[in-house]
Design a protein around this ligand. Structure first.
Ligand code: SF4
Length: 222
């Protein structure tokens, strides 16, 4: 490994001292952040992790395991996408798992009621990383037909609960649209892009939902 720092400016020339390498070898974990960054920058042309990363991403993209999880009418279309006619297995995404601990994709398929918020959050937290979320249908994008001023019953979008990677519009979207969304997710995974974190607020407690309903005078039980 060439570590002479030639042509990389005074900072890297400093970093290229064999003392830095000896320090890293002799006592791992003792390099400062700046030293580590300098060492990485110098080693990058010689140690390539991109191929390994590409391979892992291709494997992840082509073996998506969605959680068996439906919320409302859109779930019927999701089931149709998994059945014989549309056959999600053709795209490596047909192994719906009954346990969140074995799933890496959560497909939000249906209206997200506030009562379901804590359940969804618990399931999401149980899923191992890396994991992805697809918002299927108008309800999961922004509340769909159930969005109106002072409504107290639903979350106006799945991104209020978890970071969403792909949005599929429609009410409901057809199975082809879900397949298209899955292909889009696969492309994003293969491109190695990590996705913007959402403005994740976490589930809103039912008590708060009651307070937000105050102008209408109606109460939510339970
Ligand atoms: S988007 Fe339409 S079809 Fe899907 S859950 Fe909402 S109301 Fe039902």
């Amino acid at each position: 490994m060439a570590l002479n720092g030639a042509g990389k400016g005074p900072e890297l020339k400093e970093a290229a001292q064999p003392a830095l390498i000896k320090k890293a070898q002799g006592a791992p974990g003792t390099l400062s952040e700046r030293e580590e960054a300098q060492l990485m920058a110098e080693a990058e042309p010689f140690v390539r992790f991109h191929l390994l990363e590409d391979l892992l991403n291709a494997a992840r993209a082509n073996s998506l395991w969605p959680l068996t999880f439906g919320l409302a009418c859109c779930a019927i279309e999701m089931m149709a996408a998994g059945a014989a006619k549309y056959d999600l297995d053709r795209f490596g995404a047909g192994v719906f798992r009954p346990s969140a601990r074995q799933a890496d994709v959560m497909i939000f398929a249906g209206t997200i009621s506030r009562k379901m918020g804590p359940v969804i959050k618990a399931l999401w937290d149980q899923m191992p990383s890396p994991k992805w979320a697809i918002a299927m249908g108008g309800c999961t994008i922004d509340g769909g037909p159930f969005k109106y001023p002072n409504q107290y019953a639903i979350y106006e979008g799945a991104d209020k609960l978890v970071p969403v990677d792909v949005y599929i519009p429609g009410c409901p979207p057809r199975p082809e649209a879900l397949i298209n969304g899955i292909l889009e997710l696969q492309n994003k995974i293969k491109a190695g892009r990590r996705f913007k974190p959402s403005t994740h607020e976490g589930p809103i407690p039912i008590a708060k939902a009651e307070r937000t309903n105050a102008p209408t005078g109606r109460k939510v039980k339970g």
